[in-house]
Design a binder for this molecule. Sequence first.
Ligand SMILES: Cc1cc2nc3c(=O)[nH]c(=O)nc-3n(C[C@H](O)[C@H](O)[C@H](O)COP(=O)(O)OP(=O)(O)OC[C@H]3O[C@@H](n4cnc5c(N)ncnc54)[C@H](O)[C@@H]3O)c2cc1C
Length: 605
Amino acid sequence: MIQISSLLWKGSLVGLLAVILGAFFLWPGSTPGIKEFPQAEYDFVIIGAGTAGSVVARRLVEGTNNSVLIIEAGGEPSWISSIPLLSPSLQMTSADWGYKTVTQARAMWGLNDQQAAWPRGKVLGGSSSIYYLIHTWGAKQDFNDWEKKKGCTDWSFQNVLPFFQKSEAFTSRKKQTGHRGYKGPLHVSEFDASQSPVAKGFLESARDAGLDIGDLNGELELGAMPCQSNIHQGKRWTGFQAYLKPVLGLPNLDVVIETVATRLIFEGKRATAVEILKIPTGDVQHVRARKEIILSLGTVGSPHLLLLSGIGPQKDLESLKIPVVASIPAVGQGLLDQLNVPMYFHLSRPASITTSKVRSLGQMWNYFVKGKGVLAESGIEALLRAPMSQSSLDPALFLMLFNMGSVNADIFAKIANFKDDAFRTSFPDSHNDSKEGFIILASCLHARSRGEIYLTSSDPSVAPVIDPHYLEEDYDVKCTIQAMKLAARLAKSEPLRRLGVKLHLPDYSECSQYNQTMRDPRYLECWARTGGITGYHPMSTCRMGSDDNPDSVVDSKLRVRGVKGLRIVDGSVFPSQTSGPPNAAIVMVAERAAEFIMEDAVSDT
Ligand SMILES: Cc1cc2nc3c(=O)[nH]c(=O)nc-3n(C[C@H](O)[C@H](O)[C@H](O)COP(=O)(O)OP(=O)(O)OC[C@H]3O[C@@H](n4cnc5c(N)ncnc54)[C@H](O)[C@@H]3O)c2cc1C
């Protein structure tokens, strides 16, 4: 909260007014349907009320006789979390697990101890309650690869399309083309690029570079578009808001919060119950599932609980004296994350969001009274997906335009774990609240470096080790540099140049031996290794795959191999990365999974 006040209303009367108005307009009130303690038994027990868990819970309870319990470690979202522009201030609060990676040898050189801060939502809505709201399906080719290359039966784009459509309510600024969903629970709005000279310039520069401008969700594989976000009437629209909140209070759904699942209990090979710990009281209880247990704890939480419960690499489990239920070497392995390189651009024209504009009375009024203005947007205004070379059709490079230069050092340095000097040279105008500028986040969509998550203790309160192995594969370095060069090229083209755009080349002490120029590949590599931070999109630690694939943890219906009554539904099951931030695709996976669960429940009776 201290950080938020320093961002917005440091000692100003405007701040006081905003808080009063905010509390009045946004305070959600007490939430019905949240129980102190669960019953002893349900048909289905879902662990994790994040993006995926919220979807599955809604689909399993609405219009059915199923009794369902959903267990969440975190609490209720704060009112401040509904303000889109304030997303970064939610990290390192009680709504964040606050993980850190282990020291990275080949990356994160600009971060303290070369360790990346790794936020994950610990709150109803999970990571969708703290995320940056970007809504991207991924490319069609991603899902066709899931089916053809990864052996995931019936996961081609044609198979998944109806579930994307079912999930979303897209409000387009242009004529609706029909390939999107318009009646689902998840609101998607499109940024109005005509209101932002920088976004307009970015899109025009992309067009000048030969890219199409259109809809990257289901229409274009490559190209650029104004950002689409899960924002509705100026507020964050999370998995919780969209899916779980509307069914709270139904008699067949119980929700418990501030409760962690510490172990799964098996009878033979069947998962029958969950051991839970109520955090505030320390009470331990077992809850039985008559039909199925669904793990939706996310990319860190799901492998963590499997390992604690005896499902994972046999040797590792034995070394921690955890009784082995099923030996599955791939649990926790194959971790993928996108690495973002923030590139700062000076602007000589007043065309960006600045901290002083955000704090102005006009913006406060605009937001708290009308639900509009810069606070009602995430700041990410446009996205671009491009191939590695002109002869390729594969999405490889990804750029996100964050139209804010004067990022608050108190927040941004801390949430990424930046060293002071590296932060100062990455974001040179962070001390100046009214300085115009913007950031392009450059990344490689399909990084090949694979990381891992593993245990050092059988004690559930000890966080697992997270080692993403960033930039260990040469391809990732080459691809990231290509993305950085593309961003620099766009900034030089006329539509952005006329706004007085100038790329800032950071002066990292780690890179002092190289020529500080976009033409020196060694400098660019060093920049990526020093200034790069997590893309916040970890996945694939419990991958889906064909029965003969030793790298898979779940089958094509997301059932955990080697046991019964247990399914995983969250970002950990992605067999490979999707071409963009993954939240919308996780919602799609969960919509599909809910159908699998219902079908299997019927065929079991
Ligand atoms: C800062 C940030 C920005 C991001 N920006 C974007 C973006 O703009 N667009 C996008 O598409 N994606 C974005 N992402 C990624 C996206 O939010 C996640 O990929 C997605 O929400 C993951 O969904 P999930 O269901 O797999 O897991 P989560 O949503 O993380 O849900 C897991 C839930 O399980 C709970 N849990 C974990 N362990 C236990 C336990 N033992 N007992 C009980 N409960 C437990 C957690 O508290 C959490 O609520 C961002 C992520 C972060 C952190």
